[in-house]
Design a binder for this molecule. Sequence first.
Ligand SMILES: [Zn+2]
Length: 301
Amino acid sequence: MALFPLYPGEHMISAVLRRAMLSCYPSRKQYLTDMAFTCKFPKAGSACADTFGFLQEVYACENETFANWIKHTPASLWRISEDDRTLLKSVKSGRCSNVKNGVLGFSQLWHFCPRCIKDDKQTYGVSYWHESHQVHSVTHCYIHGAPLLIAPKMRNIDQLLLPHQVFQLGDYTSAFSHPALRDWDDFVLSIHEKVKKNSELGCQLRKQVEQVLTLPDEGRTNRNLAICDAMLKDFEASVHPVILKHLFHYYGKETPTRRFSIMSAVMLSTDKRTVMHPVFLLIMLYWLQNRSIANALPTAA
Ligand SMILES: [Zn+2]
């Protein structure tokens, strides 16, 4: 990234932000507008069409744009949902932006680690937003294992600060910490790192899920719904309730009105307008691969 040199593990928006702060522009918004960065509320972990569009302005070559976008944002996780070719199309058309967000329970705001702030300031003289802190549903630092802190919701791009500035203002909340969530983080981050390096792996992982969760016939037949329901019971018994509550709003509700079925959401989805959020497939992989681990963890308080 010649235009925006990045520190190790830095989110690309963080590098743009640092550059904006060094500029003589009266407002960050004006600088970013002039740089063709049109995103009003830069998203930490989502596959954002505006961010991608900005990178396209920076890099004339589409392959280079895509490679940098995958490397310097948590976007690689979306490789589990779609192949690179279709993912690119989806991002450009905005299909990735509104994927079943209503059911997701975890914070999608900007996350940071106070110990990373200290280390980064010592090493580089400045703090920056780490890409791996923004990976969907992760609550602990990939370096220190400490619970992440969450920056407040931005009202406009001028309010996006660097982590040490948010920390100094004291305007943050702390991510919920639990051994089960540490285990989940390790799982998600290891997949994130692997799919970042290997573009084919996402597709292989998705096929693994599909192989296990194949229904005998298509559609929402009574037979298929019964299979989904039986699998859901096993799933809910195997995955730690703290993880389920963290990932999906439904499990955090005191009096849910109707049962949320992750199984039918994954197995019977006919929605072609939006892309399946990677968290849906990640939790399936976690369930299928780590059933014994989830059972061995301490019970939630
Ligand atoms: Zn850290």
